[in-house]
Design a protein around this ligand. Structure first.
Ligand code: AMP
Length: 284
């Protein structure tokens, strides 16, 4: 695996590979890698000639400065994991390389409804930051295939929208990979490393509450079952941002389910000051 820090160097390297007819796959990350990230690299490897991964903790997508400051960094271990997984190129830029004119005057993206609900509602500015970094990375890497995790369900929708907005939808194909979980169901996440042992045990309730809703949801009003899921979280020491049922394609919240509409259950909740998110599709 080669490590490239400068955007121009990566562009030149990929350009010469593209000219040789090689297919380029890209999985962007913020590091502190776990098996969930590596599943994206594996998928990437199956479908491409050049497997590119990036590690960049993007400051513009953190609406909470404390969350940014405490974001785990394990770069040496990450390099070994990526090498083992068969990654060809690790892109490891600095903030200066990504935002040469600073972060104060970046693009604004028209995300519409997506930015007003769930993560968009509870993390103001977050998806603008996601679009700023993804726009820049996509322009640098110009991949044929982009690999994202379903764990960040709404983010996948935002990035697909961004790809349309910037006119790359004919060039970049998005593959959404399933959420990898620990044995007890907790979705793998870099933020799990910040949980203390007792918090880690309780954290499994996040998945349990989603599964409870999935397994017990009947056609009709969704309020009662959402309240039951929320109670499970509160009783286990979580503070919830939301636990919601939404249309799987639009993320419009579903108050009344007809039993056929494809839906997804999504939650975001804190254990102390660690914020976790997860989701489960119900009938897809
Ligand atoms: P992050 O480093 O958290 O920005 O994540 C980088 C990519 O890995 C995103 O596309 C995530 O959705 C994906 N990802 C994170 N956790 C998981 C997981 N448990 N299973 C599958 N993909 C994941």
């Amino acid at each position: 695996m080669i490590i490239i820090k400068k955007p121009k160097e990566l562009q030149d390297f990929l350009e010469s590979n593209r000219n040789e007819g090689k297919r380029i796959g890209f999985a962007p990350t913020m590091g502190a890698l776990h098996a969930g990230h590596l599943s994206l690299v594996n998928e990437n490897k199956k479908q491409n000639d050049v497997v590119v991964c990036s590690i960049f903790v993007n400051p513009t997508q953190f609406n909470d400065p404390e969350d940014f400051r405490k974001y785990p960094v394990t770069i040496e271990k990450d390099i070994l994991l990526l090498e083992d997984a068969g990654c060809d190129v690790l892109f490891l830029p600095s903030v200066q390389d990504i935002y040469p004119s600073g972060t104060n005057d970046l693009n604004h993206y028209e995300l519409g409804f997506l930015e007003t609900v769930l993560e968009g509602k509870f993390r103001p500015g977050h998806f603008q930051g996601v679009c700023q970094i993804m726009h820049r990375l996509l322009e640098i890497v110009l991949p044929d295939n982009l690999y994202l995790g379903q764990k960040d369900y709404q983010q996948c929708m935002v990035i697909k929208r961004l790809i349309k907005l910037i006119g790359l939808d004919d060039k970049v194909k998005v593959t959404v990979c399933p959420t990898l979980r620990e044995k007890d169901g907790l979705a793998m996440s870099s933020r799990n490393a910040r949980l203390l042992p007792a918090e880690r045990i309780k954290a499994t309730t996040l998945f349990a509450s989603l599964r409870y809703i999935k397994e017990n949801l009947n056609p009709g009003t969704t309020k009662k079952i959402k309240d039951a899921g929320k109670q499970m979280l509160l009783q286990n020491g979580f503070r919830t941002d939301y636990i919601e049922i939404a249309d799987a394609n639009t993320l419009q919240l579903v108050e009344n389910w007809n039993g056929k509409q494809k839906i997804v259950v999504l939650a975001a909740a804190f254990i102390n000051n660690v914020r976790l998110i997860d989701n489960l599709q119900v009938n897809t």
